[in-house]
Design a protein around this ligand. Structure first.
Ligand SMILES: [Fe+2]
Ligand SMILES: [Fe+2]
Length: 472
């Protein structure tokens, strides 16, 4: 009986019931996950009913079900996209062979590291965002925060499933460790830099969803090409959830931009702060910060690791199968932006070692499309101001630009110029204090904080004053 109950508590489409060993591993892990969620998940609100969507199947139309759920009761489950019959490995030295359903022995360590690195980001972002609930600008936004949080929790389940199902005792140890590292903790930090930064306010949260969740999209899309089919299928389904996170980010920043423009027009002033908005130059500084942190997540421009992942058939390019080349990259080159002396140059590098940079290029182009839509909002108010992505060399900690100082417009500058100008380019303590001063929770139905425009439409076609979170 216990087993059957347990099955009902883990929705899944991986025939969990038929795999006793895996079931026991997940059964052992679930209470630890819930303990982590209690300790490190959203602070407060755990007993409140939240209007959440839950994955119930993986087909395109019917996967999401909306309803009120207390977050600890969220039906975290294991969902893989449907298998593609006859799917083959599409790139690297195993190109043309059938995909692997089990981990190839020689790639075990590498694959485990890829999965753990992805998996570690999921709980990390929940930890980073845990205090935001109290300062939400509206019930709509509060609900969106929690939706993102429970889905990052589900993404952790997705990676833990792969570890437990395919990596034996090592996998179970890694699953435990994923619950033990802590974002920003000196002694046991999360693996990647951006996931140890603070997310102290909602402007940072929306920027994080726009820039850092989008890194997630590109990493997941490359892993969705993997020759290890369970990883591919897992990532393909995770991507459907990730799209909402980026929507939260883009629309959130867009609404702050819109409010700033409305204030500028209404009061014929650039002094947006005087009227309780976030001015466009401050928004630009937050873009500079979050973009640069997220660019580092793609790794070094020239990387033999990336080349190996590709050759092994473990991690492909973004939209690998749509590309028209040999999918082995033995001879081709790729233009890489890099530094020589005090010059920024573009140099052709072997395509195989340039895969991080190629993925970063895809990412930057996608970010730019979002920034263009923000600029459309500004333009529609007749305001002459353009938000820009910083140059990819700006404030980098990883790769060719880590050793130099680069201005947002892409000039290598001296330490002295950096010191003199960085307050114009990055949020200062005063900027952060100002943004923090705006963060007063607004939780009356239909009300929205004064620094952000109301959403264009509700979630799941609900009206603006819908009770997205029942606080009563
Ligand atoms: Fe995620
Ligand atoms: Fe996400």
């Amino acid at each position: 009986m216990a087993g059957i109950d347990y099955i009902e508590r883990i929705p899944n489409n991986v025939s969990l019931a038929e795999n006793r060993r895996l079931l026991r591993a997940l059964e052992d892990w679930q209470p630890k996950f819930l303990e982590w969620w209690r300790d490190m998940g959203p602070d407060g609100f755990q007993a409140k009913d939240v209007y959440l969507r839950t994955a119930t199947s993986v087909d395109a139309k019917g996967w999401a079900q909306f309803g009120y759920t207390r977050m600890p009761d969220y039906r975290w489950g294991i969902f893989l996209a449907e298998p593609e019959p006859g799917r083959q490995i599409n790139f690297g030295e195993h190109q043309g062979q059938p995909v692997w359903q089990e981990v190839p022995g020689e790639y075990r360590g590498t694959l485990r590291r890829l999965i753990v690195t992805q998996g570690d980001t999921e709980p990390a972002s929940v930890e980073q965002q845990r205090h935001l609930g109290r300062t939400c600008p509206s019930l709509y936004d509060l609900r969106n925060l929690f939706q993102v949080n429970v889905e990052e929790g589900r993404h952790l389940w997705a990676m833990v499933y792969l570890l437990d199902a395919h990596f034996g005792r090592d996998g179970r140890e890694e699953s435990e460790a994923l619950l033990q590292r802590r974002s920003g903790d000196h002694d046991k930090p999360r693996i990647l830099g951006a996931f140890n930064e603070r997310t102290p306010d909602w402007l940072s949260f929306f920027m994080f969803c726009f820039f850092t969740d989008r890194d997630g999209k590109y990493q997941l899309a490359s892993l969705a090409e993997s020759g290890f089919d369970p990883l591919s299928r897992t990532c393909r389904f995770m991507l459907t959830e990730e799209a909402h996170h980026m929507f939260v980010g883009e629309s959130g920043v867009g609404r702050i931009v819109q409010r700033a423009c409305e204030i500028m027009r209404e009061h014929k002033t650039d002094d947006v702060r005087r009227y309780g908005g976030v001015d466009l130059p401050t928004i630009q500084k937050y873009i500079n910060f979050h973009c640069s942190v997220s660019l580092d997540l793609f790794g070094s421009e020239v990387s033999t690791n990336a080349a190996n992942f590709y050759t092994m058939g473990l991690k492909g390019r973004f939209e690998e199968t749509k590309k028209k080349d040999d999918h082995r990259l033995k001879d081709g080159t790729y233009p890489v932006v890099t530094v020589t002396g005090d010059q920024i140059i573009t140099r052709d590098e072997p395509a195989l070692v340039s895969l991080n940079e190629r993925l970063r290029d895809d990412y930057v182009a996608d970010c730019q499309r979002g920034v263009n839509r923000w600029n459309e909002i500004i333009k529609s108010h007749g305001i002459d101001f353009t938000l820009k992505l910083p140059h990819r060399g700006f404030r980098r900690a990883i790769g060719a630009f880590a050793e130099v100082k680069v201005s947002p417009d892409g000039r290598i500058i001296s330490e002295a110029e950096w010191d003199a100008r960085c307050r114009d380019w990055l949020p200062t303590e005063e900027d952060e204090a100002y943004v923090a001063s705006l963060m007063q929770g607004v939780t009356e139905r239909g009300m929205v904080a004064g620094w952000i425009a109301p959403p264009a439409r509700g979630i799941n076609s609900q009206p603006a004053d819908f009770e997205y979170v029942r606080l009563g």
